[in-house]
Design a protein around this ligand. Structure first.
Ligand SMILES: [Mg+2]
Ligand SMILES: [Zn+2]
Length: 185
């Protein structure tokens, strides 16, 4: 199965402040191991991440590459692999087509894997815009309670995403436990 992850608040710690360097990029406990476990079970991993910090001038693409090198090396050290990272470097006012909740990043991922569509893939995020983007392209939306996740969960109760059945886990590790157990999915 193709599993698409948001980055900030799903894989790495996120408190609402921009992550501007590899040193500031700190994995959430268990997230790296979870990605490796998913890989070893035969799943493919892609990341779709909004990075408007580039448009805002907080860091450049070299800085982002350094964060992603760190991420990928940590995953590889656990025996896993991230197949593809799609990021949106634009400002919310740029009217691009890739910034989630729009679907451009997910279309890049679809094309990278030469897929007709993303039906049946899983989109995991901590923010409503992740779940909306995933739902729009037919992914099953999964919310984690790390990063923005608790806030997102509260707001989803009040204002659900029409037509979306959002499954919720405490963190990426718990999602992985469920997916890899016979009962979970
Ligand atoms: Mg996030
Ligand atoms: Zn964009």
């Amino acid at each position: 199965m193709l599993i698409i992850l948001d980055r900030d608040g799903v894989i790495n710690e996120y408190d609402g402040n921009y992550i501007c360097s590899a040193d500031e990029w700190i994995p959430i406990p268990g997230s790296i191991e979870a990605i490796a476990r998913l890989c070893n079970a035969g799943h493919r991993i892609a990341i779709a991440t909004n990075q408007s910090g580039i448009a805002r001038g907080f860091y450049d693409t070299d800085g982002l590459d350094a964060m992603h090198d760190k991420l990928e090396h940590l995953v590889e050290a656990e025996g896993g692999c991230v197949d593809f990272i799609a990021y949106c470097p634009h400002h919310p006012d740029d009217q691009c087509r890739c910034r989630k909740p729009l679907t451009g990043l997910l279309e890049q991922i679809r094309d990278h894997f030469h897929l007709e569509n993303l039906q049946g893939a899983i989109m995991i995020g901590d923010s409503r815009k992740d779940l909306e983007a995933g739902h729009r392209v037919g992914c099953r939306p999964v919310l984690v309670r790390t990063g923005n996740g608790l806030d997102t969960e509260r707001h989803l109760d009040a204002r659900p995403i029409p037509g979306a059945e959002v499954v919720i886990y405490d963190n990426l590790g718990r999602f992985t436990d469920a997916l890899l157990s016979a009962e979970g999915w």
